[in-house]
Design a protein around this ligand. Structure first.
Ligand code: MRU
Length: 387
């Protein structure tokens, strides 16, 4: 079966699916420089915490492979790589995967075996160390997501004390699927795994205003995979739980993360916090699915997370291809439509922080972390030493 692929890579060549054109058009941009990667990430043609990190790392790998680095000494080469990575880090601030990937890459180039090597061999060794580490970030992400899917599905099944044929329904927010990662996805990966194991009754996805990652991307992925699913607006979640929660066995809200900090507070797409409050009120489990690359043990609590604020037009205008009178979509014509007074004040934070108290479990590729007897999350069992 064909799979959705946000990122296509072979050494020296990086292509990124333009998610702003989805679901109507499949267009891959070729990314050849870090400037192009920066723009692709900032404009959200690629988005989702793991995918942002992978595109930044691989864009620089491609440009290094293609001869962008004209330095002569190991020190100059490392300084060149550092400065490109520091630049890429500014593209979007909240998701920690990007800074974790950058730290990993900086360590890798410093660990390159260059003792006894002269120019140009020493430089070659440093570039190879960078490129191999960037490629490994891509490969590991896919492995991680498959593992998250298995741990998450297993944990949910246990919670619902279900016989193997008792299914649950879940609600998810934003897009955490193949389009936000190297493949399979995190929260959406758990939904995929539940479905493939015959344990999913129904998936609900929110529209995810203002950028509509849920309606444009998640609903597209769910339809593409043939997973039984229903799209709701963000404001319908409370009614969904109240009206259909019991009848549809809605057992969990499952979301991804842009940054999980030391105490378990989690930054994710704006609207996540409201869903966590609603889930608690309705006795529905609230689960975060995230690879350890999304965990930040340096920041103690959610108060320390920088929340990206985005431009006003995301709330006051909407754009997309024109719908013809017969209902077909004309991708050759794009319309930009005003949906609010264009002078109204706007507050547009892209993420919010869900306090740890509202989170029941954090599913990683190393296992599911729940609070201990002291009511606290402890990530020491799942965090690889390198972070
Ligand atoms: O602004 P976006 O689309 O990059 O926000 C994405 C999210 O909030 C996702 O839930 C998160 O990055 C996890 S993706 C596996």
């Amino acid at each position: 079966m064909a799979t959705l692929q946000a990122i296509k890579y072979s050494r020296g060549k990086l292509q990124v699916l333009d998610q702003l054109r989805l679901p109507h058009e499949h267009h891959y941009d070729e990314i050849t420089t870090s400037e192009e990667a920066f723009d692709c990430i900032r404009s959200m043609r690629v988005r989702g915490a793991p995918a942002i990190a992978i595109v930044a790392a691989l864009a620089h790998a491609a440009e290094l492979h293609n001869g962008s680095c004209t330095t002569n000494t190991p020190e100059e080469t490392i300084a060149h790589i550092d400065s490109r990575l520091d630049y890429l880090k500014q593209s979007r601030p909240t998701a920690v995967d990007l800074s974790n990937a950058i730290s990993l890459l900086k360590v890798a180039v410093r660990a390159a075996e260059i003792d006894g090597l002269e120019h140009p061999e020493a430089k070659e060794a440093i570039l190879n160390a960078y490129i191999e580490t960037a490629e490994d970030i891509l490969a590991r992400d896919l492995e991680n997501n498959t593992a998250i899917g298995a741990f998450g599905a297993g944990w949910l099944q246990q919670q619902h004390n279900s016989s193997p044929d008792r299914k649950i329904s879940v609600l998810t927010h934003c897009n955490t699927g193949s389009l936000a990662t190297s493949g399979h996805g995190t929260a959406l990966g758990v939904i995929r795994t539940l479905h493939s194991r015959g344990l999913l009754q129904h998936a609900y996805c929110t529209e995810t205003r203002p950028y509509n990652q849920g309606s444009r991307l998640t609903s597209f992925e769910l339809v593409f995979e043939g997973i039984p699913a229903t799209l709701i607006t963000d404001s319908m979640a409370g009614s969904l739980f109240a009206v259909q929660g019991a009848a549809m066995n809605i057992g969990a809200v499952i979301v991804g993360a842009d940054r999980v900090v030391r105490n378990g507070d989690t930054a994710n797409k704006i609207g996540t916090y409201s869903l966590a409050v609603l889930a608690r009120h309705h006795g529905i489990k609230f689960v975060v699915a995230a690879p350890t690359t999304s965990i930040d043990l340096v920041t103690e609590t959610g108060a320390g997370i920088e929340i990206e604020e985005r431009k006003r037009e995301e709330l006051t205008q909407i754009s997309g291809p024109v719908v013809n009178a017969d209902g077909s979509v004309d991708t050759s014509r794009t319309a930009r439509v005003a949906i609010a007074d264009q002078t109204i004040n706007v507050w547009n934070p892209a993420f919010d922080v869900t306090p740890n108290a509202l989170i029941d479990a954090i599913v990683t590729e190393k296992g599911t972390v729940v609070k201990g007897a002291d009511g606290k999350f402890d990530f020491s069992g799942v965090m690889p030493e390198r972070w």
